[in-house]
Write a protein that binds this ligand. Structure first.
Ligand code: NAD
Length: 293
């Protein structure tokens, strides 16, 4: 069993770290938030006081942090204290450029590293069923795989450094776009006198069929488990979707990739945020489309 340093024990990190501890690893937890750290200790992790204490004896460092600036800052410190050869796994969702930069610096310093952003939300983190999208060398990925297997169900190697982030933002941009399209279709049908269930029965077996409709229908009724049936409580919050759409637009600009619908999706979720509704599930964009927000 390995000593694993886990930095960032928020909504996602807590469940992930506790699954590593349950699997018998010694998990050395670090967070700037005392309450988050205390929860991790309750879940079987070892409390550490600073980066040196957390990573000095670790074989693996896992991070689950809010954004690129935190990842860059934390790894600068981690590299000062980790033993040469320690494996770094960053599971945060961050911009592609920072992911590639931090991995290049780590590899140059003698630390194999992958980016490994996730999908599956807090439920997946707690249940150990996350999907990991990984970028980095084959050697680093192979070393990380047994650790990721404990926290997730589907583990993909998407290619070189940063490609995990690319997969994540391209997928979530598509999700945002088809969620908005699905809202427009249900709203149009309803305004023209076609009820949601009848439209769902038809479209879910026709060419408009998509995941946002069949698993997560934004119109209340057809999909019992969907957030639309509980006043759009998340789920996957609109604020998180907006974060990913912004990352996608930044990346699209730097790659000169045309993403006109991604840009429009970002604008619409920004409007949702401006109306104070970013805490709703991302399918709550239905309220913006039907005029009730
Ligand atoms: P969170 O804000 O709940 O957790 C982040 C944790 O990092 C906090 O506890 C914070 O105190 C800690 N932290 C920040 N700076 C630190 C530092 N310098 N040193 C140590 N700890 C530090 O966020 P979250 O919801 O757990 O999300 C984490 C990442 O996972 C984000 O990048 C997010 O985009 C991504 N993500 C989240 C979800 C979700 O449903 N919440 C789903 C997929 C991906």
């Amino acid at each position: 069993m390995s000593a694993i340093a886990f930095i960032g024990l928020g909504n996602m990190g807590l469940g992930m770290a506790s699954n590593l501890a349950k699997a018998g690893h010694s998990v050395r937890a670090l967070d700037i938030n005392a309450a988050a750290l205390a929860k991790a200790v309750d879940a079987g992790c070892v409390k550490t006081a600073n980066t040196k204490d957390a990573v000095g004896t670790a074989d693996v460092v896992v991070t689950m942090l809010p954004a690129g600036k935190h990842v860059e800052m934390v790894y600068r410190d981690v590299m000062d204290h980790a033993a040469m050869g320690t494996l770094f796994i960053d599971c945060s969702t961050i911009d592609v450029e920072t992911a590639r930069k931090v991995i290049a610096e780590a590899e140059a310093g003698g630390f194999p590293m992958i980016d490994a952003p996730v999908s599956g939300g807090v439920g997946g983190a707690t249940a150990g069923t996350l999907t990991f999208m990984c970028g980095g060398t084959e050697t680093a990925f192979s070393r990380a795989k047994p650790v990721l297997d404990i926290m997730g169900k589907n583990i993909f190697h998407a290619g070189g450094a940063g490609n995990g982030q690319v997969a994540k933002i391209a997928n979530n941009m598509l999700l945002g776009i088809h969620m908005i399209g699905t809202c427009e279709a249900f709203n149009l049908a309803e305004k023209l006198g076609l009820d949601a269930q009848t439209f769902f029965d038809i479209a879910s077996t026709a060419s408009g069929q998509n995941w946002s409709m069949t698993s997560y229908c934004p119109a209340p009724g057809p999909v019992e488990t969907a957030p639309s049936n509980r006043d759009y409580q998340p789920g996957f919050a609109a604020a998180m979707m907006l974060k990913d759409l912004r990352l996608a637009q930044d990346a699209a600009q730097s790659a000169r990739a045309a993403t006109p619908l991604g840009a429009q999706a970002m604008a619409l979720y920004t409007l949702m945020e401006a109306r104070g509704a970013e805490g709703l599930d991302f399918s709550g964009i239905m309220k913006l489309i039907d005029g009730s927000l």
